[in-house]
Write a protein that binds this ligand. Structure first.
Ligand code: HEM
Length: 349
């Protein structure tokens, strides 16, 4: 061992072998395919968000009089500011997309079933926090669309029975958008939600370590082939490759399609077309299809059913005697999700 190695070993007496023993566990072969190991992708993108978010926070000023100007400064004057902002924006988009895809993979492989029900619930909480982080981040730019988007969202939450008024006041720091609203969005976006996500991901991973990932069988896999491989270094290397590829894709997207900004928020002028970010298109289209009360109540019902899905699925399988009932429901839900999102994206109003 070299002099430095000896010095380090004496002060931090942990060996590589110990780390390998601690982290190593057999990983089922299907996790070699990206679709099945998708959970690592949002985790990786979340780290990108933390790093780029801290750098953006050096410049961003969360007040109605300064926010838009500070975003303009980041985009047009700060060295590589445009690149950082674009990376942050694209990583958010990809993180939300990969969380949804990961959830679909878990759903369609029934990996939420006994004994993993609680980890599904934690995953649902992660989905909610990720969407809320996206929403609050979008609002920070203080441009016309983000200002009016936040106002519309707060008015919608007002329609929720019992807690609606309270949640609107909590979100806006008052009855309507005011000079304290932006700092509230900022503390939620940069402190409360990321900390919650870190805690939830830690519990999520702890559960995965306790149960292991669901074993899946594939028809094209020969029986005599080993069914597992090592977490360390094999799976870590796969994750590293995915991370590097993602960084290249992110960098290319940020350079080719850099983050832009619209006109500054003007509380006196309501834009003709108000649109949220793409990940809320589905709820926005749903809202336009029905009355406000029905849309809000049905959305609450759907989200609650998603949280309780592992137990609802169990009852449905028992009642119908059909083990694949969740697959049919999942296909309908996916068509609705994609259909409503594309519909909202395609039309101006
Ligand atoms: C920030 C968001 C999330 C992160 C970082 C994350 C991370 C992970 C990781 C690394 C795995 C191991 C297997 C794999 O890579 O697919 C996993 C498995 C799992 N995740 Fe997530 N996840 C997130 C969100 C969700 C959501 C939204 C759900 C569902 C509502 C969910 C439910 C599950 C379940 C049930 C498993 C066990 C799957 C199995 O046993 O095969 N996760 N997650």
């Amino acid at each position: 061992m070299s002099g430095i190695g000896k010095w380090l070993q004496e002060r931090i007496p942990i060996s590589g072998v110990q780390i390998q023993e601690l982290t190593n566990e057999p990983v089922p072969n299907h996790l070699k395919r990206w679709w099945f190991a998708l959970g690592g992708t949002p985790a990786y993108l979340f780290v990108v968000q933390i790093v780029t978010g801290i750098l953006l926070a050096f410049y961003y000023q969360p007040a109605a009089s300064t926010a838009f100007e500070s975003v303009r400064y980041i985009t047009e004057e700060a060295t590589f500011g445009w690149y950082l902002r674009s990376l942050h924006k694209w990583a958010a988009t990809l993180m939300i997309a990969s969380v949804i895809l990961h959830q679909m993979r878990v759903y369609f492989t029934s990996a939420y079933r006994q004994p993993r029900e609680l980890n599904w619930v934690i995953g649902m909480a992660l989905l909610m926090c990720t969407l809320l982080t996206g929403f609050t981040g979008y609002s920070l730019v203080f441009e016309q669309l983000s200002y009016w988007g936040a106002t519309v969202a707060a008015n919608i939450s007002d329609a929720v029975p019992v807690v609606g008024r309270f949640s609107k006041q909590m979100l806006l720091a008052g009855d309507s958008y005011n000079e304290r609203t932006l700092s509230r969005f900022y503390i939620l976006h940069a402190a409360v939600l990321p900390t919650t996500i870190i805690i939830l991901v830690a519990v999520h991973i702890a559960f995965i370590r306790m149960h292991g990932v669901t074993e899946l069988k594939f028809e094209d896999e020969p029986e005599d082939k080993p069914q597992h491989f090592n977490f360390f270094p094999d799976h870590i290397l796969t994750e590293l490759m995915i991370g590097l590829t993602l960084m290249i894709v992110l960098s290319a997207l940020a350079t080719i399609f850099p983050a832009s900004k619209g006109p500054k928020a003007n509380p006196m002028i309501t834009p003709e077309v108000i649109k949220p970010e793409w990940f809320f298109y589905v709820s926005f289209r749903w809202l336009k299809l029905f009355s406000l009360t029905f849309a809000v109540l049905s959305t609450g019902f759907i989200v609650s059913a998603m949280f309780l899905w592992p137990w609802i699925d169990k009852v449905l399988r028992k009642v119908t005697g059909n083990e694949d009932i969740s697959v049919y429901i999942g296909i309908i839900a996916t068509f609705l999700l994609v259909g409503l999102t594309v519909w909202e994206a395609a039309v101006a109003h």
